[in-house]
Design a protein around this ligand. Sequence first.
Ligand code: NAP
Length: 322
Amino acid sequence: MLILGGTGLIGRAVTSQALAGGAEVTLFGRGRTGAELFPDVARLTGDRESGDYGALRGGRWDVVVDVSGFVPRHVGEAMEALGDRVGRYVFVSSHAVYAREGASPGADEDAPRKPPVRSVRHKADLDDSTYGPSKVACEDDVVARYGTRATIVRPGKVAGPGDWSDTFTYWVRRAARGGRVAVPGDPAQPVQVVDSRDLGRLVVRLAADERHGAFQAVGPAEPVTLGGLIRTCARAAGTEVEIVRVRPPRVPAMFPLIRADRISQQRSADRARAAGLTATPLEVTAADVLAWDRERGEPPLSKGWTEAEERAVLAAYAESAG
Ligand SMILES: NC(=O)c1ccc[n+]([C@@H]2O[C@H](COP(=O)([O-])OP(=O)(O)OC[C@H]3O[C@@H](n4cnc5c(N)ncnc54)[C@H](OP(=O)(O)O)[C@@H]3O)[C@@H](O)[C@H]2O)c1
């Protein structure tokens, strides 16, 4: 298995699962992320931003897992470099491909996607409006090139140890402090997060079973609300929380897991489950993220509120307790 990426949150889960299943793995990347991981695994160096795929010139792989493709140029150049020296191309896409309009709870993989965007050439140039549409174009190009040898995996929000996005980690750490927890959104909104280890297992399984088509990877097993997720994180930490809705005039952009769009958090996992998606209990994910966060020394987070900010918001804008 060749993994384009393989050392970030999702990639390392795929790599671990592939190795556990006895696969011979090669990683391709710049050598910047997780350089200390997997010391016995073969590594090839290259940079997708500059189109440097020279290291892929030789070799054959049964499957390539593309975790680091964001714009169609990335996938186009990788496919050109690899040609028919790979059996299956598994592309890690995103739930961001789906159109907002016409969506309904329980939507499956056939839900309408956004129109593709091909104009963005660099990951750094993507924004909220072009990230999903660029992934749509990547998906289309992989399927056009490899047909039934193409597999598309669309994760929802991913959580697990090694997550540098600070999204799920914010609530895990916040719940572990206990007490009154400020929520700048509806605590009853549905939330979907998938454990990175479940996602890694699914990718390896889809490749082994040679499944083609698209699979949305969402979790946990049972539907959960944002308030329920925070309480589960508290249970994992052995603390008590009181969820307090707040409506301050300004909320930091991309506040962790706050979604105005409820439908996007109620997608069906049926097809992925039937293909082998496992469902780690949310409490286990929370406990493992908490342990990882403590082990790394709980550095400042890039999202959410600091303790002092939250205290000020609670003092001024607490609306109701529940
Ligand atoms: N996290 C989520 O909640 C979520 C949800 C839906 C979809 N996704 C999708 O999941 C993927 C991200 O997965 P992840 O968390 O494992 O990724 P990540 O933390 O962003 O890591 C990306 C991997 O790609 C390599 N990489 C980055 N830039 C590269 C470049 N220019 N050339 C070659 N290799 C490069 C990195 O290694 P080096 O730095 O050493 O190069 C690393 O191994 C993306 O495709 C994203 O769209 C994520």
